[in-house]
Design a protein around this ligand. Sequence first.
Ligand code: GLC
Length: 494
Amino acid sequence: MKILLLAAEVVPFAKTGGLADVTGSLPPAIRELGHDIRVAMPRYGRIRPDRFHITPVPGSFPVPMDSRTEPAELMQATLANNVPVYLIENARYFDRDGIYMYPDDAERFVFFCRGAMEGMRHLGWQPDVIHCHDWHTALVPNWLKTVYANDPFFADTASVYTIHSLGYRGIFGHRVLEIAGIAEYEFVASPEGTDANQVVDFMSRGIAYADVINTVSPTYAREILTPEYGEQMDSLLRSRQERLFGILNGIDVDEFNPAADPHLDTAYTVETLDLRSRDKLALQQEAGLHQDVQTPVVGIIARLVDQKGFDLIVPMVEPMLQHLGIQFVLLGTGEQRYHEFFLDLARRYPHQAGVFLTFNASLSHRIYAGADIFLMPSRFEPCGLGQMIAMRYGSVPLVRAVGGLADTVSDYDPATDQGTGFVFESYEAMSLYTAMVRAVETHRHREIWRRLQARCMQQDFSWQTSAKKYAELYAHASSLHAQEQPDSPGQVGE
Ligand code: GLC
């Protein structure tokens, strides 16, 4: 099959979150299965051509925007396995320092998606499926059912829409429909509480029009059908339930490999777990903590926002430092009030709390390798990659049983000596604290902990299994799309 994957961020070119890890590591795995998958994303100003071996594709082509056209060009790069990546080039929209948070974001991503589609026409490469990710690309399914429905180049193209998080919906004014050229078409879907004529919600349109929808774990796929997790889109999702699937993300097992990781002090495997204590001591030193192999080190790598459970962590972190004697290392950026809280904590507990309010990929590897416990008490978590990476490095996850966390971590049971982490259910600070007590107590027993780490490290979170499921999903979308095609031209557009 020929698949075009569209995303606003793709590792290694641009990343703000797990979305980019997925869009950078799924395509090589799909290629491995023999499919012709290609990726398109914007060429943001910060993506320097010399750094990524990017070459221009000859020619410019027009992209319809509002009642005019805007010129675009393509640049080409590659991912692993020689997956082609097309970077959509337009100085007006993308030659800026950042990725998001501009007042014209709606228009910028409309341009990117339309430019990617017109770019494929320019290349003469006709995709069977367009695989869209999150709100930035959610108008594509809408276009395929409207402006492109009778276009011979795209009439046979099906769409798959992947939801990475309902938390970011892409809500804009009605004007964007004119820019996108779909204002005159009927708008069928509207989440409760919003006025469809005034408010345009990109996410809902992806859900309403895609041939197939999926999200990034089986549990989150079920949770979003409920008002608690559905972000006001649960009834729309329920109405399309037979087209909604859950496929667990994989991780890049080459990038994250404790046996050959250039960022670590010492490489190790499940057979040489003793060596891991060197990485722990190195981390303690780097974070300015008291160096001691017995003290449990808790790692946190996350955006500092409520979704990630920081409102549970804040009231409990001091009792954990004082009563449980843990150390912790935090890496991430986010809300100002959390920055202030953790900076103050680090001042008061300089040898117990290491706080890095920044992005640092290299340090993240050293935290995965040096921490004993990896904390992810999320309020909701569509999949979560940190817990899987942590397990691969022998850092035992402590998580809330929600979304992908529930699908990947099983609670340690001392009676059977089974499980791969510490899991709590209710979103309450006390439940988090109790799980931490269990983790710290278990950590005291060296052999038990060793077996727990080994079970974590032996889990298979590679893309192999999930890539096959995506390939099946592409085929499914394609056949649903073909079934719905009008069989005589006379019916088109009526
Ligand atoms: C979003 C979700 C996260 C998921 C990631 C990749 O960041 O919040 O749970 O792992 O997307 O799908």
